[in-house]
Design a protein around this ligand. Structure first.
Ligand code: PMP
Length: 438
C-alpha cells in the first residue's frame, strides 16, 4: 500500500492559482471546500486508470473527470484520433463529414433522436433543449426535480444538486426571481408530486426535465414505473419530456438510460428531447441535443429558435468522441466494468460493516455512489440526510492512500475500461484501513 502522500507542490500551486483564477479552480466541483478545505490536487499526467499529481504521487482514478474518461486516460485509439484532428487543423468554421458520422452513431444508439445538433458542453445542450421546448409549445415554465443538476444555465440552477449542493448553494445568486419563478421543483421518484404540479400549472409547462437515472445526488434509479408515469403525465398536460443524459448516455451500456435493459417498456419512456455530453466527446469538450424531428425543426436555420456555436462540432471533439464510442463497442467492456464495480462495492460494504460504519451503496452497472447513512437513498432529501463529515474523512484517508474519489458526497464513483482486478484489490484494502480509521 502506498505511503501517506505529500502534496507540497500542489499546495504551492494552489496559492499561486488563487491569485489568478477565482477560487484557484476553473470549476467549483474541483475544490476541496466540502472535504475539509485546503489545496486541491494538481494533476500532471494520466494513463489508463491512473493519474499522477505534480508531486509525483500516483492515484487510482474513480473520478474519470466526472464521467467522460470511460476508456481511461490517454487511450491509444482516442489519442490517435485527437492527433489526427490536430494535424489536419483543429477548426474550420465549416461543416465536416465527421459530424455526420458521430450524429449517426448517436442516433443508432438512441433512436428517439431523429435529429441531432452538437454544442460544446452539457450545460449548453440542456439550456438549448429548454429553449426548443419553449419554442415548440409556446409555453414558458419547466418542471425539474429537486437535487438534479443540469449544468449552470439560469433556469436549471434552482434546487440544483451535486456541485451547488456540495457548496451549500442549491439556488444560485444571480438568477433573477423572474427566471426562478418559471421553474417548478418537485421531488424525484414521487409521481404524486409531479401530478399535483401538473394539475396546478400544466397548461403553462413547456417541459419536464429529468435525469432518467440520477447521477447528481448519488446514483439513483427511478422506481419501477416512474419514468412511464412521468412521460404519461407530461404528455397529458401537453408538456414535452426532456431527458438529461449527460451522465447516463454510454455510461451503463452502449446506449442511454432510455434504451437500458432495466427499462423494458422503451416506447413508454421515450422522451421528446435528449441532452448529451461527457462520454460522447472522448474527453474533449462536447455536448449534443436531439429529439423528434418535428420538435428539432424549430431550431435555426430551419426554425425560429436560435442556437449557434463557433466551436460546435469541432473536428477534435467529434473525432475523439467517435474513437471513444468505437472502444465502447468492443464486446465485453461494459460487462467488465460492471464486474469490477460489483467486486468493489462488495469489498467496500464488507469493510464498512466490519468497522461498524453505516453505508448505503447505490450501484448501476459500472457506476455507484456511497452514502454515509443507514437508510436507502432514493431522492434528494435522503441523499442530503447523510454524514458529510464522515464522507470528508473517508475521502481524505483514501486520497492519502492513492485512491482518487470525487470531493463531494453527492458524486459517483466511475469504473473505466482500464481498471484492473489489482486496482480493485488495492482500493478495497485502502477502504478497509479508511473505515477502520473513521
Ligand atoms: N447535466 C448533467 C446531468 C450533468 O451531470 C452535468 C455536469 N456534471 C451537466 C448537465 C453539465 O455539463 P457540463 O459540465 O459539460 O456543462
Amino acid at each position: 500500500m502506498s505511503q501517506q502522500h505529500q502534496r507540497v507542490r500542489s499546495a504551492q500551486l494552489y496559492e499561486e492559482a488563487k491569485q489568478h483564477i477565482v477560487g484557484g479552480v476553473n470549476s467549483p466541483s474541483r475544490s476541496f471546500k466540502a472535504v475539509g478545505g485546503g489545496a486541491p490536487v494538481f494533476m500532471q499526467r494520466g494513463e489508463g486508470a491512473y493519474f499522477w499529481d505534480v508531486d509525483g504521487n500516483k492515484y487510482i482514478d474513480y473520478l474519470a473527470a466526472f464521467g467522460p474518461i470511460i476508456t481511461g486516460h490517454a487511450h491509444p485509439h482516442v489519442t490517435k484520433a485527437i492527433v489526427q484532428a490536430a494535424t489536419n487543423g483543429t477548426l474550420y468554421g465549416t461543416a465536416t463529414e465527421h459530424e455526420i458520422r458521430l450524429a449517426e452513431m448517436l442516433k443508432k444508439a438512441i433512436p428517439s433522436m431523429d435529429k441531432v445538433r452538437f454544442v460544446n458542453s452539457g450545460t449548453e445542450a440542456v439550456m438549448t433543449t429548454i429553449r426548443v421546448a419553449r419554442a415548440y409549445t409556446g409555453r414558458n415554465k419547466i418542471i425539474k426535480f429537486a437535487g438534479c443538476y443540469h449544468g449552470h444555465s439560469d433556469l436549471v440552477l434552482v434546487a440544483a444538486g451535486s456541485g451547488p449542493s456540495t457548496l451549500g448553494i442549491p439556488d444560485s445568486a444571480g438568477v433573477p426571481a423572474s427566471i426562478a419563478s418559471e421553474v417548478i421543483t418537485v421531488p424525484f421518484n414521487d409521481l404524486d408530486g409531479l401530478k399535483q404540479a401538473l394539475e396546478r400549472w400544466g397548461d403553462e409547462v413547456a417541459a419536464v426535465m429529468v435525469e432518467p437515472i440520477v447521477g447528481n445526488f448519488g446514483m439513483v434509479m427511478p422506481h419501477e414505473g416512474y419514468l412511464e408515469g412521468l412521460c404519461k403525465l407530461s404528455r397529458m398536460a401537453g408538456a414535452l419530456v426532456i431527458y438529461d443524459e449527460v451522465i447516463c448516455a454510454f455510461r451503463f451500456h452502449y446506449g442511454s438510460a432510455q434504451t437500458f435493459s432495466a427499462f423494458p417498456e422503451q416506447d413508454a419512456i421515450r422522451p421528446d428531447l435528449t441532452a448529451l455530453g461527457k462520454i460522447i466527446g472522448g474527453g474533449l469538450p462536447i455536448g449534443a441535443y436531439g429529439g423528434r424531428a418535428e420538435v428539432m425543426e424549430k431550431v435555426a436555420p430551419l426554425g425560429p429558435a436560435y442556437q449557434a456555436g463557433t466551436m460546435a462540432g469541432n473536428p477534435a471533439s467529434v473525432l475523439a468522441g467517435i474513437a471513444c464510442l468505437e472502444v465502447l463497442q468492443t464486446p465485453g467492456v461494459y460487462e467488465q466494468m460492471e464486474r469490477q464495480a460489483i467486486r468493489l462495492i462488495d469489498g467496500l460494504q464488507n469493510a464498512a460493516d466490519k468497522n461498524g460504519v453505516p453505508i448505503t451503496i447505490n450501484r448501476i452497472a459500472g457506476a455507484f455512489s456511497t452514502h454515509f447513512c443507514d437508510h436507502p437513498v432514493t431522492n434528494y432529501d435522503e441523499a442530503q440526510d447523510t454524514d458529510g463529515e464522515q464522507f470528508a474523512r473517508f475521502f481524505r484517508l483514501m486520497l492519502d492512500q492513492g485512491i482518487y474519489l470525487a470531493p463531494s458526497k453527492y458524486e459517483a464513483w466511475f469504473l473505466t475500461t482500464a481498471h484492473t482486478d489489482a486496482d480493485i484489490d488495492e482500493t478495497i484494502a485502502a477502504a478497509q484501513s479508511a473505515f477502520a480509521a473513521i
